[in-house]
Design a protein around this ligand. Structure first.
Ligand code: NAD
Length: 246
């Protein structure tokens, strides 16, 4: 595989896009740390699926919005695998509402996980990757972070913040062989989008369908692959059926 001998950490990997990323990276030979915050059962099922396919994985519990839990997550990771080659900052939540009615709590919760959680994990990973003089970071942003979205001011701001974080980190870490990129999915079929009405969404998507978690995972796997994506850093790659262009 493209990632044989490498170690990857995927946050929020018990389901959805994170789960698909964990499976895709493991299928290329990476040992994968499957982070979860609540459902140990879901994370253990991902681990079992990876092991059943002949791969290596471990489930690691941590709320990645909590600095102390992030410290422990990376300590656990190093205790288990001793290195980190790829970090996928995937954990994310939405708390949708119009600005006029958005509570400070809904603003803070979304920013804490989607933006600050990404920063905390990137910071902890960079300490390891700088010593190794190599590493890949993929931050999951959103088309909402690129183009904005009515009803998602908190989420759009956090996901746009992830793009600034990505570009700054790419500049800081590039000289040590670390790439940092962002992936901006459009509408992907996961629990996050399951309650949304499809018709108005699909009217804006040239390909006239939602995306699948595996399609996002394929892009993430490419960005983690060496040497295929070695010269790509600081980029935002949209995967949205053509909904947002340029
Ligand atoms: P999802 O709700 O299925 O997955 C989110 C995952 O994050 C879950 O496994 C959840 O347990 C985990 N999580 C939540 N809080 C956490 C915390 N504090 N610490 C650690 N993990 C936590 O949704 P998804 O669609 O798979 O979303 C994955 C990522 O993709 C998110 O960052 C989301 O914003 C982004 N995204 C999704 C879409 C989409 O259409 N589904 C579009 C653009 C971006």
């Amino acid at each position: 595989g493209l990632l044989t001998g490498k170690v990857a950490l995927v946050t929020g990997a018990g389901r959805g896009i994170g789960r698909a990323c964990a499976l895709a990276l493991a299928s290329e030979g990476a040992a994968v740390a499957v982070n979860y915050s609540r459902s140990e059962e879901a994370a253990q099922q991902v681990v079992a699926a990876i092991e059943a396919a002949g791969g290596q994985a471990v489930a690691l519990k941590a709320d990645v919005a909590d600095p102390e839990q992030v410290e422990r997550l990376f300590a656990d990771l190093l205790a288990k695998y001793g290195r980190l080659d790829a970090l996928v900052n995937n954990a994310g939540i939405t708390r949708d509402g119009l600005i006029l009615r958005m509570s400070l709590e809904d603003w803070n919760d979304v920013v804490s996980l989607n933006l600050t959680g990404t920063f905390l994990c990137l910071k902890a990973a960079s300490r390891i990757m700088l010593k190794q003089r190599s590493g890949r970071v993929v931050n999951i942003s959103s088309t909402s972070g690129v183009a904005g979205n009515a009803g998602q001011a908190n989420y759009s701001a956090a996901k746009a913040g992830v793009l600034g974080l990505t570009r700054s980190a790419a500049r800081e870490l590039g000289s040590r062989g670390i790439t940092v990129n962002a992936v901006a999915p459009g509408f992907i079929a996961t629990d996050m989008t399951s309650a949304l009405e499809l018709e108005p969404i699909l009217a804006q998507v040239p390909l006239r369908r939602v995306g699948q978690p595996e399609e996002v995972a394929g892009l993430v796997r490419f960005l983690c692959a060496d040497p295929a994506a070695a010269y790509i850093t600081g980029q935002v790659i949209t995967i949205d059926g053509g909904m947002v262009m340029a």
